[in-house]
Design a protein around this ligand. Structure first.
Ligand SMILES: *[C@@H]1O[C@H](CO)[C@@H](O)[C@H](O)[C@H]1NC(C)=O
Ligand SMILES: *[C@@H]1O[C@H](CO)[C@@H](O)[C@H](O)[C@H]1NC(C)=O
Ligand SMILES: *[C@@H]1O[C@H](CO)[C@@H](O)[C@H](O)[C@H]1NC(C)=O
Ligand SMILES: *[C@@H]1O[C@H](CO)[C@@H](O)[C@H](O)[C@H]1NC(C)=O
Ligand SMILES: *[C@@H]1O[C@H](CO)[C@@H](O)[C@H](O)[C@H]1NC(C)=O
Ligand SMILES: *[C@@H]1O[C@H](CO)[C@@H](O)[C@H](O)[C@H]1NC(C)=O
Ligand SMILES: *[C@@H]1O[C@H](CO)[C@@H](O)[C@H](O)[C@H]1NC(C)=O
Length: 329
């Protein structure tokens, strides 16, 4: 009978003992996090960042289970968060993930101290009001696999050094105000060939022939002011899944282009593409096709998926004919 209270007492002691040990958070990280909170004017998003509690329990971040160092900082969806990315983020040396997303009132430039985060794998600064240029120093973050700077207000040209990132799976620079041409170096990615998203910018000029050396899985150059030849992006040898060149000023002859068998999505609408649709396209298992608003001519080849698309896939060309358009004369 006496065993129960003793046991309870022991349990109580154990809980107390464990909770005193449970301040896992690294004191230096905690100090930096509180500085970040202060620099952002104590936003509601960080209300759980109470100095009296273990920072590894706070919202918007993640600690490593073994080292208890902060490895991820993720701030998103808060209209009230105003100001700039605090310089102190550069003092969280074990960060592998840094995300500032859907924060319309976050402004200023991309924080230079991010260069110190050598362990960073994922950097997502998107849907914010960040302006200024895409900094060259990002190429020093060799562990990056995912770089997403989309939906901001970034301007200037794309740094060619980004092609030296050896582990990049995806590069999102779409939906900004970037200008200039696509760097020659983007035909020489040193490691993996990343999915490339450059749409909705002000990129101009011809695309480098070297891009033809790359086997992109996805390349989206839509809604820019690019011109000239883009046929080097194709090739029967490649394993490309999606090519979107729509709404540019590309001008090349489609007749001799060979398509990767893997191609599922092809959007060429609103360019100055000429020639005819090659019969080879009937052998591609396309899920999506749009070649409208170009200068194509001749009979739409019969077969494959080509007749499964509606007329708007093909309309507004110079003289395309045959199903689903009108019969050829
Ligand atoms: C950021 O926004 C605030 C509030 O709208 C403004 O006062 C400040 O000048 C802006 N800073 C920059 C660098 O654009
Ligand atoms: C990449 O991260 C690993 C640890 O995850 C680290 O040892 C290495 O130094 C980093 N690479 C670079 C180039 O900083
Ligand atoms: C972004 O910042 C600019 C000035 O820096 C301001 O004019 C604009 O309204 C801001 N946009 C949003 C969505 O807050
Ligand atoms: C982008 O920045 C310019 C100049 O700072 C500003 O006038 C404009 O309102 C910004 N655009 C958006 C969508 O915030
Ligand atoms: C196809 O790939 C092989 C090996 O990767 C290469 O040698 C060949 O030149 C390529 N052919 C074309 C038409 O690109
Ligand atoms: C496109 O190439 C084909 C095949 O070489 C050729 O017959 C045709 O005249 C070319 N069309 C244009 C508009 O240059
Ligand atoms: C093709 O693009 C044109 C122009 O943007 C658009 O009007 C049409 O609806 C699109 N058709 C399909 C099937 O995507």
């Amino acid at each position: 009978m006496k065993i129960v209270p003793v046991f309870l007492c022991f349990l109580l002691f154990l809980t107390f003992f464990l909770s005193s040990l449970s301040e896992h958070c690294n004191p230096q990280d905690k100090k930096v996090l509180l500085q970040i909170k202060k620099a952002l004017n104590n936003p509601y998003l960080l209300a759980s960042w109470d100095p009296k509690t273990d920072c590894c329990d706070w919202y918007c971040l993640e600690c490593d289970l073994n080292t208890h160092r902060v490895i991820a900082l993720t701030m998103f969806s808060d209209d009230r968060l105003t100001g700039q990315i605090p310089a102190e983020v550069g003092d969280l040396p074990y960060l592998e993930t840094l995300i500032f997303r859907h924060l319309p009132n976050l402004n200023g430039t991309i924080q230079p101290s991010i260069v110190n985060l050598k362990n960073l794998k994922m950097l997502r600064l998107s849907w914010t009001n960040l302006s200024g240029s895409v900094p060259d120093f990002l190429s020093q973050l060799k562990n990056l696999t995912d770089l997403d700077l989309s939906f901001n207000n970034l301007s200037g040209s794309i740094p060619s050094s980004l092609s030296s990132l050896p582990n990049l799976d995806a590069l999102h620079l779409d939906r900004n105000r970037l200008s200039g041409s696509i760097p020659e170096s983007f035909g020489m990615f040193h490691g993996k060939v990343p999915d490339l998203f450059l749409s909705h910018n002000k990129l101009s000029g011809t695309i480098p022939a070297s891009l033809g050396n790359m086997d992109f899985n996805t390349i989206d150059l839509s809604r820019n002011m690019l011109e000239g030849d883009a046929s080097m992006l194709f090739g029967s040898n490649k394993t490309t899944w999606e090519i979107d060149l729509s709404r540019n000023m590309f001008q090349f002859n489609l007749s001799k282009v060979e398509f990767p068998k893997s191609l599922a999505r092809l959007d060429l609408n609103h360019n100055k593409i000429m020639g005819s649709i090659p019969a080879g396209l009937t052998g591609v298992d396309l899920q999506f096709l749009n070649v409208s608003y170009n200068r194509l001519c001749g009979r739409i080849p019969v077969g494959g998926r080509l007749q499964s698309f509606d007329y708007s896939t093909y309309f507004h060309n110079r003289c395309l004919c045959g199903a689903p358009l009108e019969a050829c004369k």
